[in-house]
Design a protein around this ligand. Structure first.
Ligand SMILES: [Zn+2]
Length: 235
């Protein structure tokens, strides 16, 4: 993959801005207790919206609710999940589900957009910053999502929802409640987003790299307690 294959907007959003925020935070914006508590709680909400493990919280996810259609949820809850899911910066529901269904269908083949066979770093982050037309994503059936009004509504408004939920909301909460606008931007927005994204990416990389294979060894997925710890039991 040469530099021409990198989507620099995505790279800036997922790595450049968070790294600048970390430097700003380390040098000029000390972490206040209230901002830290809010950042942790908001990070949990964002993370649960994408993937989650057992018990009640598994209802709350891009993964099980939409990609696998494992459960149904009240429309108001789906709207809330579509918004908190946007705050995790993991693309729209439709894009996420397309990649994830291809990931399962072609698990150890080239058509898996983030196959571990393409390397640990590629499965973790390389595929994220690769231009869409250069990625090898296998075809999957998305007809059920096409008829879902929330799934069709969210992508059309995704960038606006991302901006409001990932940046405006945490900055306003920390600024208005704790008088800490700068901390809200550095910690609750940028660093929270970075950590959530990297944690979710671990499911695509570390969960296929380390851990046990108690049921079948012919495919790459593994049962990893480390990833389970990072990703709310989903390891
Ligand atoms: Zn899955």
């Amino acid at each position: 993959m040469g530099c021409d294959g990198i989507d620099w907007v995505i790279a800036m959003f997922t790595a450049g801005i968070p790294l600048v925020a970390m430097v700003i935070g380390a040098l000029w914006v000390p972490l206040q207790l209230c901002t830290a508590i809010f950042t942790v709680l908001f990070a949990i909400c964002s993370g649960i919206s994408i993937t989650a493990g057992k018990a009640v919280i598994r209802h709350f996810s891009y993964h099980r609710l939409w990609a696998h259609r494992a459960y149904s949820a009240h429309p108001l809850l789906q709207v809330a999940l579509a918004m908190t899911g946007a705050s995790a910066g993991q693309a729209s529901i439709r894009t996420w589900c397309r990649d994830h269904r291809a990931h399962h269908r072609y698990v150890d083949k080239d058509k898996n957009p983030y196959s571990i066979n393409k390397g640990l770093l590629y499965a973790h982050y390389g595929w994220v910053i690769m231009k869409q037309e250069l990625r090898q994503t296998g075809r999957v059936d998305l007809q059920d999502l096409s008829s879902d009004p929330i799934v069709t509504w969210q992508p059309k408004n995704y960038l606006f929802l991302l901006f409001v939920t990932a940046y405006v909301f945490p900055v306003m909460v920390c600024g208005l409640l704790f008088n800490d606008f700068a901390g809200g931007f550095v910690y609750a927005s940028c660093i929270r987003l970075f950590l959530i994204q990297q944690g979710i990416f671990c499911v695509n990389s570390l969960a296929y790299w380390i851990g046990d294979q108690p049921y079948a060894g012919q495919n790459s997925p593994r049962d990893s307690w480390i990833v389970a710890l990072i990703r709310f039991e989903e390891g």
